[in-house]
Every structure is written in C-alpha cells, then in structure tokens.
Design a protein around this ligand. Structure first.
Ligand SMILES: Cc1cc2nc3c(=O)[nH]c(=O)nc-3n(C[C@H](O)[C@H](O)[C@H](O)COP(=O)(O)OP(=O)(O)OC[C@H]3O[C@@H](n4cnc5c(N)ncnc54)[C@H](O)[C@@H]3O)c2cc1C
Length: 377
C-alpha cells in the first residue's frame, strides 16, 4: 500500500483519525511504539479470572455529547455502569465528590440540604476570617475560602498535594473554580454525563474494530524516529506523541506529571471500583478494583479474587510516561514555541491527541477533537 496519511499513535485519537480518513477512501498507515493498540485506554483480560485490566488506570467512558456517543457506539456495546467513588479519610469512607452525606459523616450531623449549605457558607467565612483571605492567592486559600478549613483539610489538601508533589500553597487558585460540593445525596461521579458505561468487550476491542479496514495498515512496536527517514516527502502526518520529545527537547522539557501503578491479584478487594486516599500517610492517591466495572458479568464480580492497582503519582523525566500536562502560563508559552518549530521542521504534520495537544482530555474530548480535525482535513 502507498499511504496518504501516517498516524503516529494508536490511541483513541489516532484510531478516530485513521477510521474517519479511511472511510473517506484515504490510505492510512498507523504506527505505535508500544507493542499494543489503544494507547492509554488499553485493557486486556486476565485469563485466570476473566477480569478486564485497565493497564494505565481506570477508564470509564462518559460524555454529554450525543455525536461522540453515536460515533463510538458503532464500535462497541457498553454496559450500564455508573461511576461512584468513595474517599478514605482517617480509616472511614466518604462519598466523593463531597455531597450532603460526606458533610454529615465528617461533622457527625444530620443536616438537611439547606442547613448544610448555610453551614458550609459559615465554615468558609470563618476560614477566610481566620487566615485573612480576601482574594485567594493559591489553591489552599481558595479551598478554605470555598468550603472552610475542615472539609478542605480532610478531602482537598493532601490529595492534591500528593497528586502534584508540591504544597497546596504553591498551586494556582484557578485549579479550583467553584465549590466542589453537592448539597444532595447524589453520589454519581459524572453527574452530568448523558451517556456512560464500560465497553463489554474491553477498550482494546473498540480500537481493533475502528482500525479494521482495508485502507488501514497498523505497525506496532514502531517508533516514528526510526522510520521518519524512510517516509515519502508528501505523506501527511498526524502526530499523537509529545512535541518536545519529537524535537529532541531542543527548547527544554515541557512539564508533565507521571503515574506508577502497582498491581496485585488479591482476595482483599475494595468492594467497589475506585477508592481515593485523602490522607498524607497513604502514599498513593487511588486504588482500582477493576472487576467492579464488569456489571454485565456478575460471575466475574462474585468471585473472591480481585485485581487491584494502586496509583502512585510520580515525577516525569525525559523518556518516561507522560500522563498529565502541567498547564500554566509558562508551559503554554513553551508549548506554542514548540508548535511553531514543529511547523518549520515538519510542514506536513498536524499535532493531535492529548500528548500532541498538551492537554488533559477525557476520551470523549479526544474523539470530538479528532472528528473535527478529520472533517477539516
Ligand atoms: C490515569 C488516567 C485515567 C483516565 N481516566 C479516564 C476516564 O475514566 N474516562 C475518560 O474519558 N478519560 C480518562 N482518561 C483520559 C484518557 O486516557 C485519554 O483521553 C486518552 O487516552 C487520549 O487518547 P490519545 O489517543 O490522545 O492518547 P494516548 O492514548 O496516549 O495515545 C498516544 C499514543 O501515541 C504513541 N506514541 C507516542 N509517541 C510515539 C512515537 N514517537 N512513535 C510511535 N508512537 C508514539 C503512544 O505510545 C500512545 O500509544 C484518563 C487518563 C489518565 C491519565
């Protein structure tokens, strides 16, 4: 096959691009340097237990966009899983995001929604007064000024400090835009998601189905840097990797956060899919018990054994796994410089996906952006 397009990265963004372009009759080569498809949404079935393991952490498909749901539903059947999360603080579990039950459990009260709302407003006022906060200057001041000291200390401070490996006073106030509290018993994690679920045959199957076209060829364990010298001059490239790495970090390293997962098969499961760890004394931020996503297979959930992963935040260094961009004014400027340099060096290249765009995107956002880019191309 001679190709019109090269898609670098077989994650959900690259797969959407390849699928759309191939449907329009274009010949597409998809490469990925990993030995598997699907990028960070990759999952595989553990043969002994039938548990679908999400290699790069829990992934729950959720979206408010009908267009994205209609698109992805062509390639997978989803179960009706609705995500909920508890967070552990001093040995007790509390619903997360903070809701009326979280507040009543923490304060040992039995307030109604109106009483709790009034109470949190007073707690916030007391916090502002105690620390003399007028215009919050950082995450800590913002947190206290929104929910008061006790809720902030219990659920926001340590979790956030672990995530970013820095004090909350060093983090921007903008990270918290509004009161992260619901004055109701609603404990759905994605409260506004119109569509939500887990693909019954796993995430990797979605990508396999998307790439199943006579116009698409896939090469795994293939790094762009090893094949770029052999490419025809006029091939159009969609690049879903890091732009700083592509350009040999010529302008410096873009700031990223990374993660490390420790997984084990155990009879000490969580009893639910995800538990957050709000305390400083626990070094990981979340635990995942993947079998609880398989609500369409009760026999998988009923077995004693679980596949539990503990998620540890980690610093990023060159060549490591980039998980979350550290988006701020400085990194945005550096990214823009890289984009300009990339245009000079690779005029036929478009950057895309969460790594190429240097953005945190949920799957639906990645798909939406790919659909729009494919349409433009
Ligand atoms: C811990 C965690 C949990 C998440 N949970 C959810 C969730 O519950 N729901 C949700 O909607 N979203 C979730 N997300 C977001 C989701 O993972 C992303 O939206 C999605 O993975 C983006 O896909 P992508 O194709 O842009 O990137 P990726 O999946 O990262 O794909 C990029 C691919 O490019 C390849 N690549 C890079 N450089 C090269 C190169 N030089 N040569 C060849 N190949 C290369 C990489 O190997 C990779 O496979 C989560 C993200 C994280 C970090």
């Amino acid at each position: 096959m001679t190709y019109e397009y090269l898609v670098v990265g077989a994650g959900i963004f690259g797969a959407t691009m390849a699928e759309r372009l191939s449907s329009a009759g274009k010949k597409v080569l998809v490469i990925d340097r990993r030995p598997h498809l699907a990028g960070n949404i990759y999952s595989y079935t553990d043969e002994e237990t039938g548990i679908e393991v999400h290699k790069y952490g829990s992934h729950i498909f959720h979206t408010e966009m009908d267009e994205v749901w209609d698109y992805i539903a062509q390639f997978a059947e989803f179960n009706d899983y609705v995500h909920t999360v508890n967070t552990r603080h001093e040995g007790k579990l509390y619903p997360m995001p903070i809701n009326l039950d979280t507040i009543n459990l923490l304060y040992g009260t039995n307030m109604s929604a109106d009483e709790a709302e009034e109470f949190v407003v007073k707690e916030a006022e007391a916090g502002r007064k105690k620390y003399g906060i007028v215009e919050p200057q950082n995450f800590e001041e913002k947190g206290i000024s929104l929910v008061g000291e006790k809720l902030y200390e219990a659920f926001l401070k340590n979790y956030t400090e672990k995530q970013w490996n820095t004090l909350a006073t060093n983090l921007s106030a903008e990270i918290l835009s509004r009161i992260p509290v619901r004055f109701s018993h609603d404990n759905r994690y994605f409260m506004t998601a119109k569509h939500q679920g887990i693909p019954k045959e796993g995430y990797t199957r979605i990508v396999e189905n998307m790439l199943n076209s006579k116009n698409i060829e896939v090469k795994l364990s293939t790094d762009f840097k090893d094949i770029k010298g052999d490419l025809p001059n006029d091939i159009k490239i969609i690049y879903c990797g890091q732009v700083d790495e592509l350009l040999d970090y010529e302008l410096g390293v873009l700031p990223w956060r990374s993660l490390r997962f420790e997984t084990e098969k155990t009879e000490n499961g969580l009893g639910e899919a995800v538990i957050n760890e709000a305390d400083k004394s626990v070094p990981y931020t979340r635990s995942h018990d993947y079998k609880y996503y398989q609500i369409h297979q009760p026999e998988v959930i009923r077995q004693k054994i679980s596949y539990v992963a503990r998620e540890y935040p980690a610093d990023f260094s060159k060549g490591g796994e980039a998980y979350y961009p550290v988006n701020n004014a400085e990194s945005a400027k550096l990214y823009e410089k890289y984009v300009a340099l990339c245009k000079e060096r690779y005029p036929n290249m478009v950057l895309g996906g969460r790594l190429g765009a240097y953005q945190y995107w949920d799957m639906d956002k990645a798909i939406k952006n790919a659909l729009e880019l494919a349409e433009r191309l």
